[in-house]
Ligand binder design. Structure first.
Ligand SMILES: NC(=O)c1ccc[n+]([C@@H]2O[C@H](COP(=O)([O-])OP(=O)(O)OC[C@H]3O[C@@H](n4cnc5c(N)ncnc54)[C@H](O)[C@@H]3O)[C@@H](O)[C@H]2O)c1
Length: 439
């Protein structure tokens, strides 16, 4: 029973179109997965929106509905897919090339995957250097290209019959750029689009097009994209939710599990060395120092924020933290990530933790794309706009309001997410105080 007024949430009537710039390993694995689940061959493992429950009220009440039964999410049967890529491969062909899923699994949903054909991309080789493809838009300024994308969005909506849309960036990691003058206000950004300002990345042209149409935009890569004042302004103006950056999978996910545990027990850290080998297209793009720098920044920030060396200098001041990524083609998408963690305990005695995570990047990322699509659509229908901090759970570098530091601890992020859902439905927020059971 709800204890206060709930937020008005428009019902998820009709189809939800999920638009992805980038139809590579993550996107093809995501779509193939949704189609397989829809057909009854697979379970949505790794998806909080589909599998997790949310406790309501006191522990004695025994109320723990599934999230998907508690908040009005779009159903998997109502999802339709579209996207852009610089290559002409359909989602089926992209899935075969990515080599994440076995051919026999892709073949079971071949018709559905083959129907997802990429629209022509907005691409700039200055931003993604190692790959070149034929399926790109030519001519015009960046503003013209934004309008071409808006036409693509309209055409997709008409042909797919979608009543609502979300856009999730699943394209390659762009080279490292700091926010510049053109990113500071919507006015500057729009004049930059007209003048073809080199500081405006392709991902920002997509984001601009989506937000202008009021379409929520989430960023699965570490590039700046919507994490700039101009996009925050546009999102507020157009009543659109935004979120990012960089899916929290693999090694960083492990970091955000372990580091809060070390800090909770007041164990010190002298160093954390992380190295990876991977052989997919993402790995190839990350061979470029510019793209690697974007990824490195995203991966490095996590420990500083979790461990708070300024509050605990005796435990965490000056720890060494290095992250390496090596492109190693034989591995394909089956990445291997090693961590060597040097810690110290009682009386300063040193100890070591070693992790060898033989993970599958896109298998970990696909359920995050699904959850983000459904939750961004929910946020839009609930009238939420601008940065969706409650979705920090999904990101390595969560976006926040200017001046706020991001929350990286995955368990605090989970609490924030579930409390936001409780708040939407007018349920009591859970503080975990628990004293009421002992009165
Ligand atoms: N898989 C994971 O666990 C994970 C985790 C965090 C972040 N990411 C990020 O997600 C993104 C996708 O990863 P992936 O493994 O699918 O990579 P991928 O290389 O297989 O796919 C990316 C696709 O984007 C396309 N592309 C590049 N620039 C584009 C543009 N301007 N417009 C349209 N398409 C464009 C490429 O041609 C490619 O097909 C990458 O940025 C990656 O860093 C992935």
């Amino acid at each position: 029973m709800a204890s206060r007024d709930s937020v008005h949430i428009a019902p998820p009537d009709g189809k939800l179109g999920v638009l992805t710039p980038g139809i590579g390993a993550v996107t093809s694995t995501f779509i193939a997965g949704v189609e397989s689940i829809r057909a009854g061959w697979a379970l949505p493992i790794g998806s909080l929106s589909q599998m997790a429950t949310v406790r309501l009220g006191k522990r004695t009440e025994g109320r723990s509905p599934k999230i998907k039964d508690f908040v009005p999410l779009a159903g998997l049967d109502d999802l339709v897919f579209g996207g852009w890529d610089i290559f002409e491969d359909s989602a089926y062909e992209a899935g075969l090339k990515a080599g994440v899923l076995e051919r026999s699994h892709l073949d079971r949903v071949k018709d559905r995957l083959s129907a997802v054909k990429p629209m022509k991309a907005v691409f700039d080789p200055e931003y993604v250097r190692r790959i070149h493809g034929p399926n790109v838009k030519h001519g015009g300024t960046k503003m013209d290209k934004a309008h071409m994308l808006m036409e693509d969005i309209d055409t997709f909506q008409k042909t797919s019959g979608a009543s609502r849309l979300v856009m999730i960036w699943c394209g390659s990691t762009e080279v490292f750029h700091k926010p510049s003058h053109v990113h500071q206000s919507l006015k500057d950004f729009e004049s930059g689009l007209q003048k073809d300002d080199p500081e405006i990345a392709p991902s920002q042209v997509y984001a601009y097009a989506a937000l202008k149409k009021g379409v929520p935009f989430a960023n699965g890569a570490p590039n700046l994209t919507v994490d700039i004042p101009a996009m925050m302004e546009l999102a507020r103006e157009q009543q659109a939710p935004i979120a990012g950056k960089d899916y929290k999978t693999g090694q960083t996910f492990m970091k955000t599990l372990i580091a809060p545990g070390l800090k909770a027990r007041m164990l010190g850290l002298t160093g954390w060395f992380s190295t990876n080998i991977l052989g997919n297209r993402d790995g190839e793009v990350l061979e470029d120092p510019g793209s690697f720098k974007t990824k490195e920044e995203s991966k490095l920030s996590v420990l500083e924020y979790i461990l708070q060396p300024e509050l605990y200098p005796q435990l965490y001041k000056d720890f060494h933290h290095a992250v390496r990524i090596n492109y190693y083609p034989p591995r394909g998408d089956a990445k291997e990530g090693w961590d060597n963690i040097d810690i110290f305990g009682w009386l300063g005695y040193p100890m070591q933790i070693k992790i060898d995570f033989l993970c599958r990047d896109s298998i970990l990322a696909a359920p995050l794309v699904l959850d983000l699509a459904l939750f961004m659509d929910l946020a839009k229908r609930a009238g939420m706009r601008g940065v969706q901090e409650w979705l920090s759970f999904y990101f390595k570098s969560p976006m926040t309001a200017p001046g706020l530091y991001p929350e990286h601890d995955v368990f605090i992020q989970l609490m924030k997410l579930k409390n936001t859902l409780r708040w939407m439905r007018g349920e009591d927020l859970i503080t975990h105080l628990g004293l009421e059971y002992y009165d």
